[in-house]
Every structure is written in structure tokens, then in C-alpha cells.
Design a binder for this molecule. Structure first.
Ligand SMILES: [Zn+2]
Length: 213
């Protein structure tokens, strides 16, 4: 089923993108922790210098040296805080990227579940149809039954297992393509016992109550 294969390919691409985005976010979060630790060290050192200054112990020369160090620590702290802000902004961007990809992946999972359920339902129906087609009722016009079985078998082998498909909402249940108006009109006027074929995939089309006729 082409639709399912396309969705599965998109899901696997999205999974890789998600791993890449999550790894990038983890790296940035480590940078954030390191930047925070750097700022913390400078703050602690400045606090110690400040309390030595406040205590007023030591020579005038010592106190002047501490004063100088405090000034350079303040500059250093402000530089480190700028770096920290820049990293945190990057972390925010990476976080929203991960959130966006996660939402996309969840939506895709729901879509995949729906398509898989529809496919399973169609396959179940097809099993029933196949049984009906493969075992024609005895009152079928002589000869037609056997021809139909042969045709069904031939198509089944050619189309990879599904020889017949239900016609639903104007779509062939085999190739999922919508029938054009010309084909729909022809099918509408076809006798009930005529063997109908999908013009696209050549499968036997089985009319259903939901065919859209
Ligand atoms: Zn078809």
C-alpha cells in the first residue's frame, strides 16, 4: 500500500530528526550547566573577596589588590552571564524544535494507526470477497465460474496476493486510486453479474453498498 509505505518512510525520517534534535538539546543543556558552574565560581570568589574587604583586615596594599581583583571578577562575571544567556537562548530554540518534532511524530503515529486499521479492515473484506470469488455459487452460469476463478488467480499472482478489491467511495480498495466519472458511469450501468476490473491495477472490483454508485 503506497500510502502506508510513504507514511512509514516519513515516520522513520522524523525519528532520525528527533534523535538528532534531542542530542543537540542534550549537548546544549550540558553547556548550560557548565556556564552556570563557571558563573558560580566567580561569584563565590567575589563574595570571599568582598567579605575580606568588609572586615578591613590586612595592609592597605593587600586591600587595594583585593579591590582590583573584585573589579576584574565583576567584569568576568558579566561576560560569563552573557555567555550563559546566549546558551540558554539556544537551549530554548532546541527545546521547541524537539517539542515540534514530538508533536509531528505523535500526529503521524495517529495517522499511521488509522491507515493500518483501514488496511486491515480492507484485507479482511478481501479475504471474504476472495472466498466468494474463488467458490462461485453452483447456480452461476456454467463456465463463468471457472473463468472467474482463473482470472482471479491470475490477477492475484500478478498483483502480489490481492486479486479482488472492494469499490468504496469511488476508490479501488487495491490500488486506492479514485475512479473517474467515465468508469463510474460504466460501472453504474453494468449488469450485476459482470466482472468489473480496476482500470489502474486491473484487479477485480467488487461492488459494495458504499461504492458511491
Ligand atoms: Zn485498482
Amino acid at each position: 500500500m503506497a500510502q502506508l509505505a510513504a507514511l512509514e518512510a516519513r515516520a522513520s525520517a522524523l525519528d532520525s530528526e528527533l534523535v538528532r534534535a534531542q542530542t543537540a538539546l542534550d549537548d546544549i543543556q550540558r553547556e548550560v550547566s557548565k556556564a552556570e558552574a563557571d558563573v558560580q565560581l566567580v561569584r563565590a570568589r567575589a563574595a570571599r573577596d568582598q567579605s575580606r574587604l568588609d572586615s578591613g583586615t590586612g595592609s592597605a596594599k593587600d586591600l587595594q589588590a583585593i579591590q582590583h581583583e573584585l573589579e576584574s571578577l565583576r567584569r568576568r562575571q558579566s561576560e560569563l552571564e552573557d555567555v550563559e544567556i546566549e546558551i540558554m537562548e539556544r537551549a530554548e530554540t532546541a527545546e521547541s524544535e524537539v517539542a515540534r518534532l514530538t508533536r509531528d511524530r505523535e500526529a503521524l503515529t495517529a495517522e499511521l494507526d488509522e491507515v493500518r486499521a483501514a488496511r486491515d479492515a480492507a484485507l479482511k473484506d478481501l479475504d471474504l470477497e476472495a472466498e466468494t470469488v474463488a467458490r462461485p455459487r453452483p447456480d452461476t452460469v456454467a463456465g463463468v465460474g471457472e473463468d472467474l476463478v482463473t482470472l482471479y488467480e491470475k490477477i492475484r499472482v500478478q498483483s502480489g496476493g490481492l486479486g479482488a478489491a472492494p469499490l468504496r467511495q469511488r476508490r479501488c480498495g487495491g490500488c486506492q486510486l479514485e475512479l473517474n466519472n467515465v468508469d463510474m458511469t460504466r460501472i453504474k450501468s453494468a449488469p450485476a453479474d459482470e466482472v468489473l476490473r480496476c482500470e489502474e491495477c486491473r484487479r477485480i472490483l467488487v461492488r459494495t453498498a458504499e461504492s458511491g454508485l
